[in-house]
Write a protein that binds this ligand. Structure first.
Ligand SMILES: [Zn+2]
Length: 302
């Protein structure tokens, strides 16, 4: 769809520097700005379908398992254990593995990445090759199953026209059904602070993978505009804290694993102390303030 359907203000990157096209051939003239129509930052224009199809044919960028475990715990505390759950863009099944470990049996996942073959070998649930658009086409014709809960872990930042997906999804979901969404928390306050101090390029801008850039507020508004109400939220550890404490894993990527290990150590120590409720409260508190590396929300279809 052309950018004529999107009204932009406040271009942050005009154009997006070549250096931020990390994984694909740069498309000249692409800008990144705040779209008044959609209510969040996205690229202008979106890459075309042929470009993206070619790019995603061999795409695999697994979400760290520790993140998936946190998202599974958030969803599990908002859902009955006998609920049917579909993970749209399940990759190698990493998220459903965590959810299954929490007692959920009726799990389904679809994806088009090479990881799907590993998901099929997990030995539980049902996995098949598809994508969100194909699922919506089938569901609108009454040819696809309706689930109690729908999951999109790190999907919405990748797709063109996410509002269309959310509105179509709303139409095929049962009233009261659950939607669990995670996206990176981008252009967040801590990231902005670090950008001001260090003057790096916005390192979290990653094309052509990420074409949309949300934070807690804009994701909540997007979901609200599509007919969903956020009922619970959490955040992932704000890794930017490390940057602001001079563990600059942007300038020195070898420090990335150090930061990751410290964050995992923090969570493990809280769990070992038997203080899961406090850990959840800590992250919910960060989420309420808009802090945290990823936005994680559970919403209900109105
Ligand atoms: Zn837009």
């Amino acid at each position: 769809m052309s950018s004529e359907n999107h009204r932009f203000s406040d271009y942050l990157l005009d154009p997006v520097p070549e250096k931020l096209w990390r994984h694909g051939r740069p498309i000249e003239g692409t800008r990144l700005g705040f779209c008044e129509t959609c209510g969040f930052y996205h690229v202008d224009p979106y890459p075309g379908p042929e470009y993206l199809a070619e790019y995603y044919a061999n795409y695999e960028m697994p979400t760290p398992q520790a993140n998936l475990a946190e998202t599974a715990r958030l969803l599990a505390r908002n859902l009955s254990v006998d609920a049917s759950v579909v993970d749209m863009g399940c990759g190698d099944g990493g998220f459903l593995k965590e959810l299954h470990a929490l007692g959920f049996d009726k799990v389904t996942g679809f994806d088009q990445s090479p990881g799907l073959d590993r998901a099929k070998a997990l030995g539980f649930g049902s996995f098949y090759r598809s994508n969100v658009w194909a699922y919506l086409d089938e569901a609108e014709q009454g040819a696809a199953k309706s689930y109690d809960a729908y999951v999109m872990v790190n999907v919405l930042e990748h797709v063109t026209e996410p509002m269309t997906i959310l509105r179509r999804l709303h139409r095929v979901m049962k009233p009261g059904a659950t939607l669990c969404v995670t996206v990176p928390n981008d252009f967040s306050k801590l990231q902005r602070a670090f950008l001001k101090v260090k003057g790096h390029l916005p390192w979290f801008v990653c094309l052509p993978d990420h074409v949309n850039y949300f934070d807690f507020d804009t994701l909540r508004h997007a979901l609200g505009n599509a007919g969903f109400e956020v009922v619970d939220q959490s955040a992932l550890y704000p890794l930017e804290l490390f940057l602001l404490q001079d563990l600059d894993y942007i300038a020195s990527p070898e420090l990335g694993p150090v930061a990751h290990a410290r964050r995992v150590e923090f969570e493990n120590n809280m769990k070992q102390a038997g203080m899961m409720a406090e850990l959840d409260h800590f992250y919910a508190t960060l989420a309420a303030g808009g802090y945290g590396r990823d936005v994680m929300v559970v919403a209900t279809r109105r």
